[in-house]
Structure formats: structure tokens, C-alpha cells
Design a protein around this ligand. Structure first.
Ligand code: ADP
Length: 539
């Protein structure tokens, strides 16, 4: 602003000075010329009278007169010239002043030199003898005047401009200084030029408006942060150039960082080709997604293009993923488990059908078919039970006396215990629990069945029920430590042949675990190889 003021003032001064000089020249030059013309006229008057009375001889020998005197005959021949030899001069018959003087008695002219530096004024008069007397005088032309004035003018111009520059700098400083001290946060507190009061009032109003908008934006920001931070899903907003704009807590936890890395490339946080490809795809198609595995958890990452960039949403799908994986595994295992007995049945039946089995062996083959079929039936039963549990159907609950349930279940397994020479002891007290009779029955049945089947001849299995706690214990073969965490997995068996030989399907404890979680019961297994196993169920 200061520069503009100073520049404007200096410029204006220069323009005014030049304009003034030109104006002065335009006025002075004609005035000066008029003075010259009037003096020349007077000189001519005097010269004419002198020639009329004393003849031209008056002037002969007269040197350095300021005015030049020329005497011309009526045919234009120069008879006398005060500065040049008349005989050398050409005819003046075409000169304007001469022709005018001959015609009207007086004539005048003014002629500029070729260089425009000199102007000559002519005045002529016709004498009584019809000759013409002419007086002329040269004066500086307008350009000569300009050139003569130029050095002085330049000096004045420089001085005036320097003065104007100093003055304008001071003035502009004086104008700008209060503006620099302007308190823009409180515009109305400033005591400044009256002309600025409208601007200050407007500024104050705008300040208030901006403050209100900032507050609203802040509130919106907080609202957005509190909503996104309470989300389970990770949310990342990135710009078109993949720079992080915002990120919620879940996303920060996923990326294992403490603060939002604003301005950083998202690929610095998630160095994966999948992410880079998904960003490219989202730019092209508007949407893309991929699966990402982090800290042994599975995430579905979805990208959607929005106005100012891309919104990335991450969803923890570990449970669904694991469920899908175990379903796949289960299907593969079921096929395998079903195939083995079916092949055995098919093989035996084929041999019998082709008459390749001797009469005495037929019973053995039939027994084998019977055993394998029974195994198939229990397998299918267990699969159906598990599928029902998987479906998550609502279970029917009722008041169940746990003592009755334990005793009834143990009674079902009495033949098996008898066959294996295992003593079953029941210690139960009457306790009414509101639960599912079927599921709890299955839990106790499967655990006690194992306690009998994985026992030694003459061994012992006991069921102790106290209140809502049921403990099933045996002093059988026990479970190796490394297998204890896996025995609840579907089709997991420590000793497959022993399990099959005793009619096991590998699904018993999976059903127990599933049923317990449906009933909300806790399940604990403790086992020492060679000493025995204890399973505690607490409703
Ligand atoms: P299975 O039908 O084979 O018995 P389960 O799921 O009931 O299948 O048990 C899984 C495996 O855990 C069994 O194959 C067995 O090896 C082991 N197991 C379960 N209960 C006992 C126990 N009380 N004593 C020793 N081993 C056991």
C-alpha cells in the first residue's frame, strides 16, 4: 500500500510538472513571438522612413543590426541586403511578404528552418517608388526553446521528484501506520479514520459470523469424532492423493498407531499391494474391497469413492471367517468320516454278494456290517445334533431336577459300563435348574460316556452333582497334555482307532462344548495322562 501511495504521488508530480511545462511553453512561445513581431514592425516603420527621406545609403556600411534589412525592386531583384551581397541573392518575387507588400502595401511571413530550431519573422512594406523594404529577424524556434530549457527542467524534475518521493513516503507511512496497528480481532475498539468505520463494522460482523461458524464446525467435528470413535469398524478417510485426512480409534488400533497420521500416505500405514490395487480400483469403479489379515484377525476392507477422496471401512470378520473355515473343514471331515464305514460296508457286502465268503465267516462279515452301520448311525446322529446347535434354534427350557437328570443319564450308560467293567458312582442332590433337559442330558451323557470308554478294566467313573455344578471324573487313561486343548475340536481324537473301536465319532466333546455355550454353562477339563480325567460343568 505504501509503495502504491508513493508511486502514485511521484507519478502525479511528474505528470503535473511535465503538463505545467508544456502549458507554459504553449503560452510563452506565442507571447514571445508576438513581442518580436511588434518590435520588427516598429523597426520596419523606422527603416522605411529613413529610406524614403535619405535613401538606402543610410544603411550601407551599417553592420550588426539585430534586424536584417533587405531592399527589393518591384520585380523581386534584391537591391540591397544588410547581411549578404545583394548581387548573389536570388529573386525574391515569390516570397509571401514581398507579394503581399506589393499588393496591399504591407506584408509579413514567418518561416521555420528545416531543423525547426530557428524561426525567421519577416515584415515588408511597399515604398513610394514601388520598391519593397523588408525587415527580418530570427528567433529561437520552439524546439530550440525546449532544448534550452531541458537541462534546467531535468534538474527541477529530479529535485521535485526526490522531494515528492520523500514526502510521499512520509505521508504514506503516516496513513498506513494506524492501519498496521489495527486490532482485527476487535475492529470496533479501533479509533481510526471515519472513512473506515463502515469497513470496521462490517469486519466485526464477519468476525462474529466466522466465530459462530468455527464453533459449529468444531461441534460437528467433535460429533463426527465421537460417533466414529464409538464404531467397532475402522474408518479412514483419505484424499485423492491417498493422504490420510481422518481416522477413528478402531482404525488406529488396527494400524497400531496412537495418533492420526494426518497428511501421511495411507500406504505407509498399510504396506500392501492389495490396498494399493483397491485404491486404484475405487478411483476407477467407485468401490472396491479386499480381505486383510492383521494380528491373526481377519478384516474385510471396503473402499468407496466420495467427493473429496476415498472412505475406507474395515470390519472384523474373524468370527464369520473362522465359522466359514470350520464349516469347510467340517464338511471335508464329515465326507471323510462317512466314507470310511461306507467303504467297509460296501466291501463286506460285495464279497458276500459274490459268494466269496465262506459260510463260517458270514456271521463275522455281517457283524462288521452291523458295527459299521451302527457307527454310521451314531455319526449321523451326532452330525444332526451339531447341525441343530449350529443353526442356533431356540432351546426349550424347563425346571429340571439335576439329581434326576444325572441318575437317568447314568442309567442309560449302565450297560456300557457293565460291558467295560467300569464302576459308576453317582453323588447327587436334588436341585431344580431352569434349563434344557435335552441339552444338559447330552452334555452329561457324552462326558460320562467318555469317562467309561476311555477307562481301564475295573476302573471307576463318578458323577458328582452339587447345586448347579456337575463334576464327572474317571481314573482312566487320561489325555496327553498337548491334546487337552484340542479334544473339543470337531473330529479330533487322541487315538483314532481306540475311539472308533469304542464307538466314538470324535464329535462328543464338540457337542458338549457347543451345548454348554448355548446354555451359558462353563466347562473345564483337567486331565493327567495315565491317572484320569475330570470335567466340570457349571450351569
Ligand atoms: P470320541 O467320539 O472319539 O470320544 P470326543 O469328542 O468325545 O470324541 O472326544 C475326543 C477325544 O478326546 C477322544 O477321542 C479321546 O481321545 C479323548 N477323550 C475324551 N474324553 C476322555 C477321557 N475321559 N479320558 C481320556 N480321553 C478322553
Amino acid at each position: 500500500m505504501r509503495k502504491t501511495i508513493a508511486r502514485t504521488m511521484v507519478g502525479l508530480t511528474a505528470i503535473m510538472l511535465v503538463a505545467f511545462t508544456l502549458f507554459t511553453l504553449a503560452v510563452i512561445y506565442p507571447w514571445f513571438k508576438a513581442q518580436q513581431v511588434s518590435r520588427l514592425s516598429w523597426d520596419l516603420e523606422l527603416a522605411a522612413r529613413a529610406v524614403e527621406t535619405s535613401g538606402i545609403e543610410t544603411f550601407i556600411g551599417l553592420e550588426s543590426t539585430k534586424s536584417r534589412i533587405t531592399w527589393i525592386s518591384s520585380d523581386g531583384t534584391v537591391l540591397y541586403d544588410s547581411q549578404t551581397d545583394a548581387s548573389l541573392m536570388s529573386s525574391h518575387k515569390d516570397r509571401t511578404e514581398f507579394r503581399e507588400a506589393l499588393a496591399y502595401g504591407r506584408g509579413s511571413d514567418q518561416r521555420m528552418s528545416d531543423t525547426l530550431l530557428e524561426e525567421t519573422l519577416y515584415q515588408a512594406v511597399r515604398l513610394s517608388d514601388n520598391t519593397v523594404l523588408r525587415v527580418s529577424q530570427s528567433m529561437a524556434g520552439i524546439w530550440a526553446m525546449v532544448l534550452a530549457l531541458a537541462p534546467g527542467f531535468a534538474l527541477v524534475l529530479i529535485l521535485v521528484l526526490a522531494f515528492a518521493a520523500i514526502l510521499s513516503s512520509r505521508i504514506s507511512r503516516a496513513i498506513v501506520k494506524p492501519l498496521e496497528k489495527l486490532d482485527l480481532d476487535h475492529p470496533l475498539d479501533n479509533q481510526l479514520y471515519d472513512e473506515l468505520s463502515v469497513l470496521l463494522v462490517r469486519l466485526d460482523a464477519q468476525n462474529k459470523e466466522i466465530k459462530a461458524q468455527m464453533k459449529r464446525l468444531e461441534e460437528l467435528g467433535k460429533e463426527f469424532t465421537s460417533i466414529t470413535d464409538s464404531m467397532q469398524e475402522g474408518l479412514i478417510v483419505i484424499s485423492d492423493s491417498s493422504k490420510v485426512l481422518s481416522m477413528n480409534k478402531a482404525a488406529m488400533a488396527l494400524m497400531e498407531i496412537d495418533a492420526v497420521p494426518k497428511g501421511h500416505d495411507v500406504l505407509e500405514l498399510c504396506r500392501s499391494a492389495n490396498m494399493a490395487n483397491a485404491i486404484d480400483q475405487a478411483h476407477v469403479a467407485g468401490h472396491s474391497s479386499f480381505f486383510m489379515s492383521r494380528s491373526s484377525r481377519q478384516h474385510l476392507v471396503s473402499l468407496s469413492q466420495v467427493d473429496s477422496g476415498i472412505v475406507i471401512l474395515t470390519q472384523d470378520i474373524t468370527e464369520a471367517y473362522n465359522a466359514q473355515q470350520s464349516r469347510k473343514e467340517f464338511t471335508a471331515n464329515v465326507s471323510h468320516e462317512l466314507k470310511t464305514p461306507l467303504q467297509a460296508i460296501l466291501g463286506s457286502a460285495e464279497l458276500m454278494a459274490k459268494g466269496m465268503v465262506s459260510k463260517e465267516n458270514i456271521q463275522g462279515f455281517a457283524e462288521r456290517i452291523y458295527n459299521e452301520t451302527s457307527h454310521l448311525v451314531s455319526l449321523v446322529d451326532d452330525i444332526i445334533r451339531l447341525s441343530r446347535l449350529d443353526e442356533g434354534q431356540a432351546v426349550e427350557t424347563e425346571d429340571v431336577d439335576l439329581k434326576d437328570l444325572v441318575e437317568e443319564t447314568a442309567a442309560l450308560l449302565a450297560p456300557s459300563a457293565f460291558r467295560r467293567n467300569v464302576r459308576v458312582e453317582i453323588k447327587a442332590e436334588s436341585y431344580i435348574a431352569h434349563t434344557s433337559r435335552t441339552l444338559l442330558g447330552e452334555i452329561v451323557y457324552n462326558i460320562l460316556d467318555n469317562a467309561i470308554r476311555y477307562n481301564k478294566t475295573g476302573g471307576k467313573a463318578s458323577v458328582t452333582q452339587k447345586g448347579r455344578t456337575i463334576v464327572i471324573e474317571d481314573n482312566g487313561i487320561g489325555i496327553p497334555y498337548e491334546d487337552q486343548s484340542r479334544v473339543f475340536d470337531r473330529f479330533y481324537r487322541v487315538d483314532k482307532s481306540h475311539s472308533r473301536a469304542t464307538g466314538g465319532t470324535g464329535l462328543g466333546l464338540s457337542i458338549v462344548k457347543h451345548a454348554c455355550s448355548v446354555l451359558g454353562a462353563s466347562l473345564r477339563l483337567e486331565s493327567k495322562p495315565g491317572i484320569g480325567t475330570r470335567v466340570t460343568v457349571e450351569l
